[in-house]
Design a protein around this ligand. Structure first.
Ligand SMILES: [Zn+2]
Ligand SMILES: [Zn+2]
Length: 346
């Protein structure tokens, strides 16, 4: 099969012909029909992820068709249209048996712990626990865009952030995660403030549900601005970018008993940011992480998509070919444009 391969961290990936994958006894092989480009792929390529063994094929936001299933797979067969969360749970550990596959102790992640979906085929283990059937009407490009950012935002807003109608939600950073979170929080009935450095993204955020925007490049004190708009602070706030400044602001702009959810990755020099711990105590703030979403939780999200309350297709950006993927991957270190780039030609 054709695949995007890198032999060394930070060196230009190339298109190579490599062996087709075989399914594990409990796994499947999926013919990839769409795979999204994500900043975490860029982090992986740069060598920020300890789990990656070289040479490596990136890619973790995928959708496609099952072409082969292992002998122990009972729920899936060739021909079924599927997607999969990026954190693939083993289905057997304590976390998985308590319903928390997203933090499985033995999780695999396509494109990180093993070869990913920037290829014609990808192998996914523990298929019965992790595969999600796609509605007939959903395009592969839309389905691929769910796998990482959209489901992570859904869990961050709904399950971790516990957003309820009428609450104020601040979203720091309007890339793929941030825009997804704005759409989801608005659909949940919250009043959402979008915060970013560019007017283009803020205008788009308003179109998909934000009731207020703050351009951080022109606002000397973002925390003060959020507190003014919300009359005291956000009930829930998310750092969707992953930067010490946005992380700090997202915690500092909360009202008493507010919830901060960290979704933007904090790696390398950013792994240990400053936290206003005085406020965490005095205001009884909650600081939560959010890491993907369990396959079984897709159902609620899929119903909101089916009924038109969520429109992830609006967040799909440029469609490109596998040949264009290496350049697009290397460019992910800069700030993303609007919409998630998706490889749809292999
Ligand atoms: Zn597990
Ligand atoms: Zn991702």
């Amino acid at each position: 099969m054709k695949a995007v391969v890198f032999e060394k961290f930070g060196e230009v990936p190339t298109i190579q012909t490599v062996a087709d994958p075989e399914p594990a006894v409990g796994g499947v092989v999926i013919k990839v029909e769409a795979t999204g480009l994500c900043r975490s792929d860029w982090h992986g390529w740069m060598g920020h992820d300890d789990g990656i063994r070289l040479p490596h094929v990136p890619g973790h936001e995928l959708a496609g068709v099952v072409v082969a299933a292992g002998s122990q797979v009972t729920r899936w067969k060739a021909g079924e249209r599927v997607t999969v969360p990026f954190a693939v749970g083993c289905g057997r550990c304590f976390e998985c048996s308590s319903g928390n596959h997203q933090v499985c102790e033995h999780q695999s992640q396509p494109g990180f712990t093993g070869w990913g979906s920037f290829a014609e085929y990808v192998a996914i283990d523990h298929a019965d626990t992790n595969l999600v059937r796609l509605p007939d009407e959903m395009e592969f490009a839309t389905a691929a865009s769910l796998g990482c950012r959209f489901v992570t935002s859904f869990r961050a807003i709904v399950d971790q952030g516990r957003v309820t109608p009428g609450e104020w939600v601040a979203v720091h950073g309007c890339g793929g995660v941030g825009l997804s979170a704005i759409m989801i929080a608005s659909a949940m009935g919250a009043n959402v403030i979008a915060i970013d450095l560019t007017d283009e993204k803020l205008d788009f955020a308003s179109k998909i549900g934000a009731v207020a925007t703050i351009n951080a490049a022109r606002t000397p004190n973002v925390v003060k601005a959020v507190k003014q708009i919300t009359n005291g602070g956000a009930h829930m706030s998310m750092d969707a970018l992953g930067h010490p400044t946005t992380s700090f602001n997202s915690i500092a702009n909360l009202r008493r008993r507010g919830r901060h959810v960290q979704v933007g990755l904090m790696l390398g020099d950013h792994a240990r940011p400053q936290i206003p711990m005085d406020k965490v105590i005095a205001f009884e703030l909650e600081i939560l992480g959010s890491h993907g979403m369990q396959a079984y939780r897709y159902q609620a999200m899929m119903e909101m998509i089916r009924t038109g309350k969520l429109k992830p297709e609006l967040l799909v950006g440029k469609k490109i070919s596998l040949e264009e993927a290496p350049a697009a991957l290397m460019a992910m270190g800069g700030f993303e444009g609007i919409g998630i780039g998706v490889v749809t030609k292999f």
